[in-house]
Write a protein that binds this ligand. Structure first.
Ligand SMILES: CC(=O)SCCNC(=O)CCNC(=O)[C@H](O)C(C)(C)COP(=O)(O)OP(=O)(O)OC[C@H]1O[C@@H](n2cnc3c(N)ncnc32)[C@H](O)[C@@H]1OP(=O)(O)O
Ligand SMILES: O=C([O-])CC(=O)C(=O)O
Length: 382
């Protein structure tokens, strides 16, 4: 039993967690017992952060002091913004720029000397990181457009303030609400690869900046958070091709191409977050461009109904409809995964704190399949 190899750690239980629960057979996701649909409908991203970090939904007084504390942490030091400017001018990938800037944020951390056992200090550090990531990302976008960053607006919530700093204009209610909902939907998802990465780092009792920086790196890959960008690129490829979307996806699957935004390690049915994002995408399409929504539904119909992938447990995941939502909000495609990271930082921090509260070093092992008993030959004789 101890020598059973679980490639990709599929199905392996490594921790207990009170944060989020996923039933992959029925497509159900809850954060601390609350269904994702109810949170997306009724809560704000700040309320969800509070829920994840403090264990219960805040009352009005708790939310107001929590929001005030987050707002007070939005500013980013000029020296870090200067690096962000250089990265933007060097045409760095946004996820790489975010990874670098998040790591740099620790240089201005007022409680930098607190050790990882001080979980209250780690929570405050996590709050600072979560409050500053939107400022970093918006500044990166402004710089690469040749503009100066826009100062945070303390009157706006995290989602609306991000869109304001990003575009320089206060978002309308629909954009602010849709974006806030997208942040809620991406905030946590069990032991996904990036959260697990953060936990592995935290399990050495390294600090929360290291854990979050590592999480960003893990999220960037196309098998994980990077898929939202890939989905939008596929939609554009289809739009620019001479083919009807149905024929395009048929040909692509015949060529053995994997369609991004489909398939999941845990869900055997459509991801509940994809249902909600699909609705948002459809609503935005009613007043904007219809074609993106139509292309996504054509792909989904072909793969699930005609190709029967759903019977093999391959269905749309969270990334499938988020791309067309962000596109219709006017967000550049290479910012989709950084926005995912902006939201998921909340989940990474919650898992790091939960794990470190009852820490055990994460250290699995590999079955050795290399050669045995080699005789060492000195360099000059090889
Ligand atoms: C936020 C997130 O991280 S959600 C996931 C985002 N990633 C993507 O959307 C990328 C596309 N999807 C994938 O590559 C995979 O579904 C993953 C990586 C998400 C999950 O992978 P795993 O659980 O390791 O499944 P694995 O890669 O072994 O695939 C299992 C089977 O499903 C098939 N499959 C999985 N995803 C897809 C897809 N998008 N399109 C077509 N077939 C697929 C595989 O070909 C394989 O078939 P086989 O058994 O006949 O060889
Ligand atoms: O859970 C996973 O493996 C991937 C995912 O959907 C997420 O991180 O939101």
């Amino acid at each position: 039993m101890a020598d059973d190899l679980k490639k990709g750690l599929e199905g392996v239980l490594v921790a207990e967690s009170e944060l989020s629960s996923i039933d992959g057979d029925v497509g159900r996701l809850v954060y601390r017992g609350y269904p994702i649909e109810a949170l997306a409908e009724g809560a704000s991203y700040e309320e969800v952060l509070y829920l994840l970090w403090h264990g219960h939904l805040p009352d009005e007084r708790e939310l107001s002091s929590f929001t005030e504390a987050m707002v007070a942490e939005r500013e980013v030091d000029d020296a870090i913004l200067e690096t962000v400017r250089r990265l933007a001018e060097a045409d760095e990938e946004p996820m790489a720029a975010l990874r670098t800037a998040t790591s740099m944020l620790s240089a201005t951390e007022p409680e930098g000397d607190a050790n990882a056992e001080d979980l209250d200090a780690s929570l405050r550090k996590g709050r600072r990181i979560t409050a500053k990531i939107p400022t970093v990302l918006a500044a990166f976008e402004r710089y690469r457009q040749g503009d100066e960053p826009v100062d945070p607006n303390p009157e706006l919530g995290l989602a609306a303030n991000f869109l304001y700093m990003f575009t320089g204009t206060e978002p309308d209610e629909i954009a602010a609400e849709t974006f806030d909902q997208a942040l809620i939907l991406h905030a946590d998802h069990g032991l996904n690869a990036s959260t697990f990465t953060s936990m592995v780092i935290a399990s050495t009792m390294a600090d929360v900046y290291s854990a979050i920086t590592g999480g960003i790196g893990a999220l960037s890959g196309p098998l994980h958070g990077g898929a939202n960008q890939d989905v939008m690129e596929v939609l554009i490829e289809i739009d620019e091709s001479d083919l009807d979307p149905h024929d395009w996806v048929e040909q692509a699957t015949e060529e053995g191409r994997r369609i991004p935004g489909f398939g999941h390690r845990v869900y055997n049915v459509k991801d509940p977050r994809a249902h909600i994002l699909q609705q948002r995408s459809e609503e935005l399409a009613e007043t904007g461009e219809r074609k993106w929504y139509d292309i996504t539904t054509t792909i989904e119909r072909y793969l699930t109904e005609e190709k029967g992938l759903v019977e093999k447990g391959i269905a749309p995941n969270v990334d499938f409809y988020s791309g067309s939502v962000y596109y219709q909000l006017g967000i550049p495609i290479d910012m989709y995964t950084p926005i995912f990271a902006m939201s998921r930082a909340g989940g990474w921090i919650a898992h790091v704190l939960e794990y470190q509260d009852d820490n055990r070093l994460i250290r699995p092992r590999a079955r050795y399949t290399g050669p045995e008993d080699q005789t060492f030959v000195p360099l000059e004789e090889r």
